[in-house]
Design a protein around this ligand. Structure first.
Ligand code: ADP
Length: 625
């Protein structure tokens, strides 16, 4: 690459974006204990640049013709204290230099940076997930010069910065060659990197998997290839060490954690492809950011095609990182037509099946490790339950749940069903905002009393999928907060006989209905309460009340549905109403019982002043008597 420089007048000064400024602060005050990684990051970018060019050259072969062998060359000069990394990949024009090396394009960056606490230990873990890429070079360099020329364009540009808030760009004089050349002017304390063995060692450790040759040479000296230079996924599993998988994961996922699961397979059935997929052990920082894509890298016969705008796997598996290399897709396929491609649809189906069955295997063989995974990604996986095109039973098989009787334990639905009471026909569940809140819900009383377990669903996504899935392997899923749960056929653990006695409650229930008027749609007796006189329930075929409330608040529902009051006939307060049916006191108590049920359910009281009046009246009368 030509290194002739500038005419001063043409040099333009730009400021780094606020995010870059913050990242540079972190980098320069070195959050990283391991500075070696700067080289990995620059090589990773160079390799991506070669990948991009190879893809563009499929349709525009002349881009490659003058210099067809894609490679990455590293040279160093101990006297000048410089280290240079050059690739003959896609290169960048002026606009791209400003955009790529002046801002951070990752979605969710701002939110991420706001989360940094200032506590360097914590921040280091966070920043590890984020990956600062190019900017990490400022850990070792006091100044960086990037000379780049976009493939197919004639004019090259020089980008320069000392990492202190701004950079300059100027046109390169003379002939430019395609690609990017990055020169690091090393800090005094980082001159240790200007050494052939050190560089070779770092490359073998972090960048051996890169599919292009990486050479190392002293300026003017002989260049020696330092890596294997074949794409890692094309090598047999037995030839790949755990460290090599780990490094490849870092390259592809930009994450510093260890992968929790590695799936490396070759498929040769109806579709032929290789996959090397990783499930991270910790949540990526932008997992719940709306712009987060699935972002697997798609290759066709070793040529990188894209990592954007296509769904090789569904959104609820978006935490998975890796590559898929197809033998069947045409090389010159355009990114636009990929989305509707039949072969891609088949690959997707095959991958999804593989992922589910690997997860199932792991859940059965290593349940403890699986729970760690579940705690990180369970809520995302469950998003798939809302998708009608999914094989939901397969997905439900790999879900794990807390239950009312299970303490800290998680169970699968199959385990739940296996432990059901002989008389129990349905899978019972309760949704809520936290496990602790749910455990206090009185609607659980009758279940606990009978030793019937209830699945507790505490993630926001649960409110959605329970409205679209009604069965699991022929067992009905039933919310315990909807009307019509009948436990009367199942004996309690303590007093089995008493419970089965049915009472005639018609008079009492119609008194409640009369008193409450249009506050309720119906009043019914229930067996699911024990210490509590009454609760609110949703219609048997309707939505759970808390979900209905949420939808109404979000203006997704024009009006609230009617509530059903369920009363516990064995409770003394209800019995007191029964004894005095028709009296003013009975009316007051009935209203108070209804208001209590509203409070328990988190519903607003329709007449708080009336409630206070009645409540105080009751307090004072009981003190007198
Ligand atoms: P990341 O690689 O995570 O996107 P970086 O900060 O490392 O973040 O790089 C920002 C962008 O700069 C890259 O996405 C790429 O578009 C561009 N870039 C960096 N290095 C090169 C290079 N050697 N050749 C071409 N483009 C590059």
């Amino acid at each position: 690459m030509a290194t002739k420089t500038k005419t001063k007048e043409q040099s333009k000064k730009h400021s780094f974006s606020a995010e870059v400024g913050k990242v540079l602060q972190l980098v320069i005050h070195s959050l990283y204990t391991n500075k070696d990684i700067f080289l990995r990051e620059l090589i990773s970018n160079a390799s991506d640049a070669c990948d991009k060019l190879r893809y563009e050259a499929v349709t525009t072969p002349e881009l490659l013709s003058t210099d067809p062998e894609l490679k990455i060359s590293i040279t160093y000069d101990a006297n000048a204290k410089t280290l240079n990394i050059t690739d003959n990949g896609i290169g960048m024009n002026e606009k791209e230099l400003v955009q790529n090396l002046g801002t951070i394009a990752k979605s969710g960056t701002q939110g991420f940076l706001q989360n940094l606490s200032g506590d360097s230990k914590k921040d280091m873990q966070l920043i590890g997930q984020f990956g600062v890429g190019f900017y990490s070079a400022f850990m070792v360099a006091e100044k960086i010069m990037v000379i780049s020329c976009r493939a197919g364009e004639a004019q090259g540009h020089i980008w320069q910065s000392d990492g202190q808030g701004s950079f300059t760009i100027e046109p390169l004089e003379g002939t430019a060659t395609r690609g990017t050349s990055i020169t690091l002017f090393m800090k005094e304390e980082a001159t240790e990197y200007l050494d052939k063995h050190r560089l070779q060692h770092i490359i073998r450790t972090y960048s051996d998997h890169i599919g292009f040759p990486i050479t190392v040479a002293e300026t003017g000296g002989e260049a020696i290839v330092a890596n294997k230079a074949s794409a890692l996924w094309t090598r047999p599993k037995s030839d790949i060490t755990p460290e090599q998988y780990q490094e490849f994961y870092r390259h592809i996922a930009h994450q510093a954690d260890e992968p929790w699961l590695i799936m490396h397979n070759k498929s040769e059935g109806t579709v032929e492809y290789t996959n090397l997929l990783f499930i991270p052990s910790t949540k990526p920082f932008d997992l719940f950011h709306p712009d987060r894509m699935t972002r697997l890298k798609l290759y066709v016969k070793r040529v990188f095609i894209t990592d954007q705008d296509i769904d090789i796997i569904p959104r609820h598996l978006r935490f998975i990182r890796g590559v898929v290399d197809s033998e069947d897709l045409p090389l010159n396929i355009s990114r636009e037509t990929l989305q509707h491609n039949v072969v891609l649809a088949k690959i997707r189906q095959s991958l999804v099946n593989r992922i589910y069955s690997e997860l199932k295997k792991k859940a059965e063989k290593e349940p403890e490790s699986y729970l760690k995974f579940w705690e990180q990604f369970g809520a995302v996986i469950k998003e798939g339950l809302c998708d009608i095109s999914e094989s939901r039973d397969k997905l439900l098989e790999i879900c794990r749940f807390r239950t009312a009787l299970g303490g800290d334990k998680f169970v699968s639905l199959d385990e739940y069903v296996a432990n059901m009471k002989p008389e129990q026909k349905e899978i019972f569940y309760l949704t809520g905002s936290s496990i602790d809140m749910m455990l206090q819900n009185p609607q659980l009383e009758g279940f606990i009393e009978r030793g019937i377990d209830v699945i507790l669903l505490g993630d926001s996504v649960d409110d959605f999928w329970v409205n679209v899935i009604s069965d699991y392997k022929e067992k009905h899923l039933r919310s315990i907060t909807r009307a019509g749960v009948d436990l009367s056929d199942i004996p309690t653990l303590e007093k089995p006989e008493e419970e089965t006695q049915k009472k005639d409650s018609a008079k009492l229930l119609s008194f409640f209905k009369e008193t409450l008027g249009n506050k309720v749609k119906d009043v019914r007796a229930t067996t699911k309460l024990h210490h509590t006189p009454a609760c609110l329930a949703a219609d048997e075929h309707g939505m759970d009340l808390r979900f209905e409330r949420f939808m109404f608040e979000q203006k997704q529902l024009p009006a609230r549905g009617g509530k059903i009051l369920e009363v516990n006939l064995t409770h003394p307060a209800i019995q007191r109403v029964e004894e005095q049916v028709g009296s003013d006191e009975a009316k007051d108590i009935a209203l108070l019982i209804f208001d209590q049920a509203c409070i328990l359910e988190g519903e607003e009281l329709s007449d708080p002043a009336g409630f206070t009046k009645r409540f105080n009246k009751l307090l004072t009368t009981s003190t007198k008597s």
